[in-house]
Write a protein that binds this ligand. Structure first.
Ligand code: GUN
Length: 292
């Protein structure tokens, strides 16, 4: 078994981004600028946004975190998004999900100018991704593709099984793996909560992407010998043995699945770090105006 090491790959790619950000700043007199809007005080979201902001600073981007009380109305939030859309000094805008129940995430996503949509959630970016056109690719699937590319893992002709069909991970991942691109060219099965005989489906996977959000859901009996296993799960549990007060678990039973896998991502230290890289790369592209 070999580890798909998010620490190593993310550090290397972040060095490249840092150099490009410095070149951008030298040329334009300003840094790439990411704005993240956070509504309410969901513990997970707070951690993710803080990490995104910290990583922006690390690679030489400007970053702004706009925070709203959970009582903000949908209209107020969308008015702010429209203001940011017009601001030439802001390159990328993300609205951290989940949002409070009274705010429709689809309306919010569509309010963001697709040229600033560095999350890649806007339907224009989704459609362009499917067609292999210039677009922002959602950060987690993008990070996973960069990781496969870094290790030179050939995916063409392989059977990929994606578990979970979320808009953020599973659904775009299935499109990317099926695309005529490298990595890509897989035969893809997208499974979800209504899939019958899930174990048999997952057992067919030369590549398995686990994006369910349930601790240790993928067990060794579900995985083919020699499979490439990508664990997207970040399941937080309260723990007294860690400094943060939380311990993270993946969607994959790493201890046992790693004995069968040819390659596997750890949690933490795997996909989570690559998600940040995907977001930073998108923000740099937004600043450079590559996505028109
Ligand atoms: N919530 C969980 N993942 C994400 C993400 O990648 N972007 C945003 N905006 N919210 C999320």
């Amino acid at each position: 078994m070999r580890l798909l090491d998010g620490k190593e790959v993310s550090a290397k790619i972040k060095e490249d981004i840092k150099k490009e950000a410095a070149e951008f700043a030298a040329k334009t007199g300003r840094k790439p600028h990411l704005v993240a809007i956070l509504v309410g005080n969901d513990g997970g979201s707070e951690t993710y946004v803080a990490s995104k902001m910290r990583n922006c600073e690390l690679v030489g981007f400007d970053s702004t975190n706009i925070r709203y009380d959970e009582n903000i109305t949908e209209e107020e939030l969308i008015a702010k998004i429209k203001e940011i859309n017009k601001d030439d000094k802001i390159d990328g805008l993300i609205v951290q999900l989940p949002l409070p129940k009274h705010i429709d995430p689809e309306k919010v996503t569509e309010a963001i100018d697709y040229r600033k949509d560095v999350d890649g959630f806007h339907p224009i970016n989704l459609g362009r991704m499917q067609r292999n056109l210039p677009c922002f690719i959602p950060a987690t699937p993008y990070g996973i593709m960069l990781m496969l590319q870094h290790y030179g893992i050939g995916t063409a002709g392989k059977h990929a099984v994606v578990v979970g069909r979320s808009n953020i991970v599973g659904s775009p991942m299935s499109i990317l793996l099926a695309r005529n691109s490298n990595p890509g060219n897989c035969t893809v099965t997208l499974t979800h909560s209504r899939t019958q005989n899930l174990k048999e489906e997952v057992l067919r996977g030369d590549i398995v992407v686990a994006a369910i959000g349930k601790k240790n859901f993928i067990t060794a009996d579900m995985v083919k010998e020699g499979a490439i296993v990508i664990d997207v799960g970040i399941n937080r549990e309260v723990s007294t043995s860690t400094k943060s007060g939380y311990k993270l678990y993946g969607d994959v039973d790493f201890e046992n699945v790693s004995k069968k896998a040819s390659w596997i991502t750890p949690v933490p230290g795997g996909v989570g770090l690559m998600t940040i890289v995907g977001l930073l790369k998108n923000t740099l592209e937004a600043a450079k105006g590559t996505i028109y």
